[in-house]
Design a protein around this ligand. Structure first.
Ligand code: 3Y8
Ligand code: NAP
Length: 246
């Protein structure tokens, strides 16, 4: 009897959840609980960590999960790594549902970096106005360059004081559109954008806006995650669910 755990938190996960619900699949949607009011899903939903790879392995056994689809974000490296180890330990088939990384195109001024720290060093020393569109978890690293004015886009208003002295906070939940992001950047006189190479459509608007405004983008490459089968579409995931060995 197929019972699926869908590790969510992205546009791809929400799309797959709708298909699974329409197909009447026995599936559970899982959020980490990072945001105050996550978008509701058409599947039974659990919120919160599992307690590491061991906790996830125990969950898989206790809940008789027969398949895991990791549709988390490419930067959710800890979750993805835990899923590989837990599924190995529990003998449960795993696939990732992942969107391809963005590639720079005509007119893009991207500077590729491999980590948040490298992105900080890539910023100039002379004061600039930086759109930090990377969420809230990695802001502390930018305190190394307090001279800049940072425009922060966060899902929820920050509870604790921010680690940066000069900031403007915009609370918004994506997906975003290019016209809105162009207007946002012009209103704030943005000179540099920092982005994670998330891929997908939900966060791409700022890249289109940067190109239109001829602004440089410091692009942070994806962290390493352990090998696992990667599917690129809902159809491929659905086919895998009926033949995981394929
Ligand atoms: C809690 C669930 C859906 C999913 C929508 C996608 C698109 C909109 C764009 C910018 C970039 C950023 C951030 C972003 C986007 C989608 C997707 C995506 C980027 C929600 C959600 C959860 C999260 C967690 C949140 C992180 C933060 C990252 C904001 C829901 C809305 C910057 C990633 O405040 C915090 O602690 C936020 C934390 C992890 C990255 C970070 O490190 O701060 N996502 N985002 C999920 C959970 O609890 O399991 O609240 O409804 C989901 C979405 N965010 O169903 O339509 O698929 O990527 N999310 C990045 O890409 O750089 C915003 O501002 O331009
Ligand atoms: P992470 O750093 O890889 O994970 C940290 C811990 O959070 C995990 O070890 C796990 O806790 C818990 N966790 C993460 N995703 C979970 C899920 N879907 N269900 C249950 N527990 C989860 O993850 P993150 O980068 O904080 O991302 C958290 C959520 O936000 C994910 O749903 C992700 O898809 C979404 N998201 C992240 C980004 C991003 O930029 N990182 C962007 C968009 C959306 P335990 O070890 O206790 O099990």
């Amino acid at each position: 009897m197929t019972r699926i755990l869908l590790l969510g938190g992205t546009t791809e996960a929400s799309t797959l959840a709708r298909t699974l619900a329409e197909a009447g699949a026995d599936a559970v949607f899982s959020y980490a609980g990072r945001t105050a009011k996550p978008v509701s899903q058409p599947l039974p939903t659990r919120v919160g960590g599992f307690g590491g790879a061991e906790g996830l392995a125990a969950y898989l056994v206790a809940e008789n999960i027969t398949h895991v689809v990791d549709a988390t974000h490419p930067f959710a490296a800890q979750m993805s790594s835990n899923a590989v180890h837990a599924c190995d330990a529990a003998g449960v088939p795993l696939c990732a549902f992942e969107r391809p990384a963005w590639q720079a195109g005509e007119g893009d001024q991207w500077l590729h970096t491999d980590s948040i720290e490298e992105a900080v060093s890539a910023l100039p020393d002379t004061p600039a106005r930086v759109f930090l569109a990377i969420g809230k978890q990695n802001l502390a690293a930018f305190a190394a360059k307090p001279q800049h004015h940072y425009l922060l886009r966060l899902v929820d208003a920050p509870e604790a004081p921010l680690p940066l002295p000069n900031t403007t906070v915009e609370t918004a939940r994506g997906p975003f559109d290019a016209a809105g992001d162009t207007d946002l950047m012009q209103r704030h006189g943005i000179t540099h954008i920092v982005a994670k190479n998330a891929g997908g459509a939900g966060a791409a608007a700022k890249l289109t806006a940067a190109r239109d405004l001829a602004l440089p983008v410091i692009m942070i490459g994806r962290p390493q995650v352990p090998e696992r089968p990667i599917k690129g579409s809902v159809a491929e995931v659905m086919a895998w669910l009926s033949h995981p060995a394929a």
